[in-house]
Design a protein around this ligand. Structure first.
Ligand code: OGA
Ligand code: MN
Length: 248
């Protein structure tokens, strides 16, 4: 299901990302952001309908091109600067690093600090507003990280909710793998509650949104470096929790 963003908004949209990217007129960018919608209500409804019926939705070409480019550039810059660290499992005190379960490296995003990806957070705000409106959810925050799976890594079958902290309601993943081929592997395998399995190829600008509480999934062994922007929409924002909860 490819994204169809509103053509009328695209020009204003590009202006916004330009403003944000140059870090000038930040006040203007902040004032502009909530006034513009990335996608029409009709478009959001079609996606949310699928999410509600099947527990997941796959959306191709999700980010408008300038935003996709900005996110990928940001990813590569931080990879180059070796800003990624080993991902763990569990939250806060129960956090352990278990290479036998997951082998990815992550860089947690901060919407105030990481200006080039700020428009992405605005888009996630829009998703939260629509989900609250159409699904009667009470989402009030989000946490996102960049994830790098080096060749030879994987993430075993799991749910995105922890036993001791279950405020992750909706998982959102956007892949950044250009020229991905079947030989690269590293597909996302989803285990649907009706017993069906769905394999998703991690191709560039494909977005997968799914219910964190019911949809088990795994990342199959990847043969090439695998990049994504991954995060969760939260029932309560993680700022209500101890800071180290961010560091899963
Ligand atoms: C995760 C995860 C899936 C993917 O980070 O929890 O399951 O396809 N990622 O990257
Ligand atoms: Mn997961």
């Amino acid at each position: 299901m490819p994204a169809r963003y509103d053509r009328a908004n695209i020009k204003a949209w590009n202006e916004l990302t330009k403003i944000t990217r140059t870090e000038k007129n930040m006040d203007r960018a902040v004032i502009f952001a909530p006034l513009m919608e990335y996608y029409s209500d009709e478009q959001w409804l079609a996606w949310i309908d699928r999410l509600a019926n099947e527990d997941y939705v796959v959306i191709d070409e999700f980010l408008p091109e300038p935003l996709y480019d900005a996110v990928r550039k940001f990813f590569l810059e931080h990879l180059e600067m070796e800003d990624f660290s080993r991902a763990g499992i569990g939250s806060s005190a129960n956090r352990i690093i278990a290479t036998s379960v997951r082998g990815d490296y992550v860089y947690w995003l901060d919407r105030k600090r990481d200006l080039p990806v700020q428009p992405f957070f605005n888009l996630s705000d829009e998703l939260i507003v629509k989900l609250n409106r159409y699904c009667f959810l009470s989402l009030s925050g989000a946490e996102f990280h960049l994830a790098h799976y080096p060749a030879g890594s994987f993430y075993h079958r799991h749910l995105d909710q922890f036993r001791e902290r279950s405020n992750r309601m909706i998982s959102v993943i956007i892949y950044l793998n250009e020229n991905w081929t079947k030989d690269d592997a590293g597909e996302l395998r989803m285990y649907c509650t009706n017993g069906e399995e769905r394999l998703v190829e991690p191709v560039a600008n494909r977005c997968v949104i799914f219910r964190s509480d019911v949809l088990e999934h795994e990342v199959l062994l990847t043969h090439a470096s695998r990049y994504s922007l991954t995060g969760w929409l939260l029932y309560q924002p993680s700022s209500l929790y101890h800071f180290s909860d961010h560091l899963i």
